[in-house]
Design a protein around this ligand. Structure first.
Ligand code: ZN
Length: 202
């Protein structure tokens, strides 16, 4: 029996998503056949508008509706503290805690030689350029990368690059309460707030 082209196309599209195997892709596709057409159209429109309706902040590289993003545009945020994170979801997680008043820098990845991701592939040069342009305004860099092997080695690489900068910077690392191998994205608010308060010099 031949599967209808519309069905096999969607299964293939789902299979390209992270964490999606062929069985789940097929199950999801057949499930959607029972959903009313108007809802499917709305879903397709939301996907189509995802990138059209968002911008990457030219300052911190977070994903936002405006450039600069809400955090960078907020006069009350302390531009002297930059919290460096792997991905936009980490910003959301830290913002949920409501205690952090500095700004962010989103790397969009970590250095991972096994997957051919080097320092040039993440927004590290952008961070260094930001420090140079800030002409001494930045006092502290918080390294809030996930406590796993790639996160740790990326922290070391960034710290080395930061220490080579002409301006004196305090470099700190989130650690307290975050177990090795944990994801910042999934950490609860209290753990993250404690991790932020208990950050230590790197
Ligand atoms: Zn921003």
């Amino acid at each position: 029996m031949r599967v209808a082209r519309a069905i096999s196309n969607l299964i293939e599209a789902f299979e390209r998503l992270p964490g999606m195997g062929p069985k789940s892709a097929a199950r999801l596709t057949y499930y959607l056949l029972h959903v009313p057409q108007v809802e499917l159209d709305r879903f397709a429109e939301a996907i189509g508008n995802l990138k059209r309706g968002t911008k990457e902040c030219s300052v911190c590289h977070n994903i936002s509706e405006a450039d600069p993003c809400d955090v960078c545009a907020d006069e009350s945020r302390d531009k002297g503290i930059i919290c460096v994170v792997e991905q936009p979801l980490d910003v959301l997680a830290i913002e949920r805690g409501n205690g952090y008043r500095g700004v962010y820098h989103v790397l969009h990845g970590v250095i991972d030689p096994l997957h051919n991701i080097g320092p040039e592939e993440i927004k590290l040069n952008e961070l260094l350029a930001r420090l140079r342009q800030g002409s001494g305004e930045v006092k502290e860099i918080i390294l809030a990368l996930n406590p796993n092997m790639e996160g740790e080695s990326t922290c070391m690489y960034i710290a080395k690059a930061l220490k080579a900068q002409p301006t004196a910077l305090k470099i700190t690392r989130l650690a307290h309460g975050l177990p090795m191998g944990a994801d910042i994205e999934y950490a609860d608010d209290q753990t993250l707030t404690h991790a932020m308060e208990g950050r230590r010099e790197y």
